[in-house]
Design a protein around this ligand. Structure first.
Ligand code: 5MM
Length: 352
């Protein structure tokens, strides 16, 4: 492992003013997104949609530092035969790859999940590196139980169990160590879901337990913190919580939480949006960066909060490509500003 090079890539991924586009929807997830805009999820349509994003010159060159791809996409070529990975590189962004293989039920822990994909990971990483990937991503999913039965956020107050937190942290660290051995920067994503009716303080407590355990495992498995990026959730109220925390409260509690668990050796933290609205995700990131000074760079690694608007504007029609690119550039610019704490809500209204 060459740590200086890993650190260089990690720092580039969190370049001030830029952030990461999470375009790594698995086939099931992209189908759901396409269903919502009435587009059939064929291999060509998925390619056309992602090609539209990666050819968004303004967004990609000014505000996007890296793109997380799904396995299918990293091997795809644009309509003119150029590998999609090359489009990303030509725009000055870094290609990355999601390497987890989704979740499975965790035995003896009803309602909880463990992320899988460690088998043959070393060989897969070598192939992805050869194709151009310089960072990877693995997402662990931790649910916060609440009332009711069935579905995320409803599994009861004993969720998450310490078992789910430990096995997921262990897998995250195994993945991260394998990435660094393959000269690939790991994005470590322990996502505490915002589904459910819990309040912001319960989210804070659970996320603190999850992050502490994750960093403990990373240390045990000798992951070099200078060569990784953390992708956490924010401390935020559950979607169904009757009392929704304000933007300022989310920002202050998230910064306090991260300061208590994330060592300063980590070069950057790139948040997931997790189901927040586009503008909320931007406002929260901006408010955190306005707090400063912080020991690490704080930016975005959004999926839905960057793509919902371009997906709607595009709606599968070649005639709408320019509109889709404009919508993507706008969200990327807003989040780029939030990554330096220079966004304000007025910019959204003026653009509308
Ligand atoms: C883009 O969505 C990613 C893929 O999810 P699936 O494997 O379930 O299809 C997801 O991992 C994403 O990279 C992050 O969770 C961030 O996305 P959001 O939408 O929460 O910002």
């Amino acid at each position: 492992m060459n740590l200086a090079d890993l650190n260089k890539v990690a720092l580039a991924m969190v370049t001030p003013g830029k952030g990461i586009l999470a375009a790594d929807e698995s086939s099931g997830t992209i189908k759901k997104r396409f269903d919502a805009i009435k587009v059939e999820s064929t291999e060509d349509n998925r390619r056309d949609y992602r090609e539209m994003l990666f050819r968004s010159q303004e967004a990609m060159s000014k505000y996007i530092s890296g793109v997380i791809l799904y396995d299918e996409t990293i091997w795809q070529n644009a309509k003119d035969g150029t590998p999609l990975v090359k489009l990303i590189e030509q725009a000055g962004a870094i290609p990355g790859i999601k390497v987890d293989e989704g979740t499975q039920a965790l035995p003896a822990c009803p309602g909880e999940l463990v992320t899988v994909g460690l088998d043959r990971l070393a060989e897969r990483l070598a192939k992805y590196y050869e194709r151009g990937a310089r960072f990877a991503k693995w997402r662990a999913v931790i649910d916060i139980g609440g009332g009711g039965t069935g579905g995320r956020g409803t599994g009861g107050p004993s969720i998450p169990t310490m078992t789910a937190i430990r096995v997921n942290a262990h897998a995250l660290a195994r993945y991260a160590a394998l990435c660094q051995a393959a000269q690939i920067v790991p994005i470590v994503e322990p996502e505490v879901l915002m589904d459910g009716d819990h309040d912001i303080d319960r989210c804070y407590d659970v996320t603190q337990r999850v992050l502490n355990r994750t960093f403990q495992e990373l240390r045990v498995q000798r992951v070099a913190l200078e060569g990784m990026i953390l992708k956490p959730n924010m401390a935020i109220s559950g979607k169904k919580c009757p009392k929704q925390a304000s933007v300022q409260e989310v920002a202050e509690k998230t910064v306090r939480l991260l300061k208590s668990c994330v060592p300063a050796a980590v070069p950057g933290i790139a948040f997931l949006s997790g189901g927040q609205s586009d503008e909320e995700a931007t406002a929260h990131l901006d408010a955190m960066n306005k707090i400063g000074p912080l020991p690490w760079r704080l930016t975005f690694s959004y999926g839905r909060a960057l793509q919902a608007a371009p997906q709607k504007a595009w709606s599968g029609k070649a005639d709408n490509v320019a509109a889709g690119q404009r919508a993507f550039s706008h969200r990327a610019r807003m989040n780029g500003l939030a990554s330096t704490g220079t966004w304000d809500a007025g910019l959204e209204k003026r653009a509308a």
